[in-house]
Design a protein around this ligand. Sequence first.
Ligand code: ATP
Ligand code: PRP
Length: 233
Amino acid sequence: MIKLGVPSKGRLMEKTFEWFGARDITLKRTGSEREYAGAVEGAEGVALVLLSAGEIPRELAAGRIHLGVTGSDLVREKLADWDSQVASLAPMGFGHADLILAVPDCWADVDSLEDLDACAHRFRGTHGFRLRIATKYHRLVREFLTREGVADWQLVDSQGATEGTIANHTAEAIADITSSGETLRANHLKILSDAVIHQSQATLFASRAPIWGGHEAAMSQFARQLGVDLPEL
Ligand SMILES: Nc1ncnc2c1ncn2[C@@H]1O[C@H](COP(=O)(O)OP(=O)(O)OP(=O)(O)O)[C@@H](O)[C@H]1O
Ligand SMILES: O=P(O)(O)OC[C@H]1O[C@H](OP(=O)(O)OP(=O)(O)O)[C@H](O)[C@@H]1O
């Protein structure tokens, strides 16, 4: 069977079910409300695996699932050289969120990366340690700031409530996803004008692990049903 991993709960799961439903493929959870079991109707040889969105990149890379739906941000964050490990088959048009850098509203002279670079330099001179940026997106933020030539920062890990770290004095800036912008506003933060690190959306990915032997015909048929082009895997 071709194993299709989809998020096990919430809006990502519901929107994923709708996306496949619009292509005449029914995905559904089976069993009790709390049981993570699922079924596929309308596609031959495809099995549903319900997983945490955050674990789907790793499962794809390891070849434990053939196809997976998750945020494009999570694939880029969790997998080194992501496009050598998975192939992007289709952006799905939901789960939009931007990974951004933000600083306190009251930092009147910091609106861009250039300003942040200057500020971080001064900060280190004054405080004797590097400006702290709280995030759970370590790989993406490190690559972005290095590429953009910003110096004198350090990352501090924050796995949730990241916007609160500044008020708690554990960071001076944050890098997190935003969709409505409400969490940033409520915590008196502003986005740096040129610091949109990644525009994420839910995406259908295929594993590039050597697991496709014997599944080629079923996958071609499934791709036709979904209306997606199949790259070399
Ligand atoms: N407002 C939002 N808040 C959080 N995630 C969002 C938002 N909008 C879109 N997303 C996307 O949803 C995905 C995260 O989903 P989710 O929070 O279900 O994952 P997870 O934290 O790994 O799940 P779990 O709680 O099961 O571990 C990311 O790709 C993220 O970009
Ligand atoms: O722009 P907004 O619409 O306000 O959404 C952005 C917020 O949503 C996410 O948090 P989540 O609710 O997943 O909780 P978390 O703090 O545990 O990450 C994200 O980390 C932001 O904090």
